[in-house]
Design a protein around this ligand. Structure first.
Ligand code: ATP
Length: 262
């Protein structure tokens, strides 16, 4: 895998689209002081996901957008900066089934920033994951800017160890480990929530089974009441029928007596 080209549009001093073609091996960018050599390095760091304005030698992130120029040809500030990086991936170092991998980042003066991988929208984490597979990207010490060499030479043994570990590619595994730990934490917190829920449901189960038992008893009692009510009605019917028979007999007796008297 090697870097094939870098295109800057509206990035720092590069107002017009400018493409740098790189060959495998060592490439050198030369130019007078202030001509934008370090801006090329900043563009590389920026498109690979750099988030710190200070690392890009600016006060705020929007300082990467062309701010206009007064010298020579006068140009107005631009509304966006875009940098596109093209890798030769014919050896398949990057886990994308393509011989060429293009990564681009766009930032708008109105706010908002976009990333793309081979023309499709991507997240910053996608870019970081992809590049870390090749030992590239933020915190990998692949870019050493002006003045940073001094920091390397004066580093403490711990800082030197960190740098060596990062250069040896430990960072990508650390990033994966952090990602996995975050996932594990979220799974653990989901488990805790689930076990709380199970406990809560458990505590509701006993009252519910009590209620079910009471409902069954109530159903049995209602059946018994209906049974007793029909027995009572049958008895009342019997009494009424006897009274009716007696009344009919008395009436017949009365009629007989009345006929005897007449
Ligand atoms: P040296 O050799 O002195 O280190 P260099 O070639 O690395 O210089 P850079 O530091 O890359 O030069 O570029 C500095 C130039 O970029 C300055 O002229 C500065 O005005 C210009 N510049 C930086 N940011 C912007 C911006 N947002 N808009 C327009 N010009 C910018």
């Amino acid at each position: 895998m090697h870097l094939m080209s870098l295109t800057l549009r509206g990035f720092k001093s590069f107002a017009s689209a400018t493409t740098f073609e790189f060959a495998p091996g060592i490439n050198a960018v030369v130019g007078p002081n202030g001509s934008g050599k370090s801006n090329v390095l900043d563009a590389l760091a920026w498109v690979m996901g750099e988030q710190g304005a200070k690392s890009l030698r600016g006060g705020s992130m929007k300082d990467v957008i062309f701010a206009g120029s007064g010298d020579g040809v006068q140009r107005a500030p631009l509304g966006r900066a875009k940098v596109t990086l093209t890798f030769d991936n014919s050896d398949g170092t990057l886990s994308i089934p393509a011989d060429r991998v293009q990564i681009s980042r766009t930032m708008f003066r109105s706010g908002g920033s976009e990333y793309e991988i081979n023309g499709s929208p991507a997240r910053l984490s996608d870019i970081q994951d992809l590049l870390s597979e090749a030992g590239l990207g933020q915190d990998m010490h692949v870019l050493v800017g002006q003045g940073q060499l001094d920091a390397v030479l004066h580093a403490t043994s711990q800082q030197r160890r960190d740098m060596i570990e990062q250069a040896a590619g430990v960072v990508k595994y650390r990033r994966r480990q952090e990602k996995t730990s975050r996932k594990l934490e979220s799974v653990a917190s989901n488990l805790t929530r689930l076990s709380d829920l199970a406990n809560e449901l458990d505590s509701q189960l006993q009252p519910l089974s009590d209620q079910a038992e009471s409902a069954a008893t109530a159903r049995q009692l209602q059946g018994r009441i209906r049974q007793l009510e029909s027995v009572l009605l049958a008895r009342q019917l019997g009494v009424l029928q006897a009274e009716q028979a007696q009344a009919l007999a008395s009436e017949a007796e009365g009629t007989r007596r009345a006929e005897g008297l007449s």
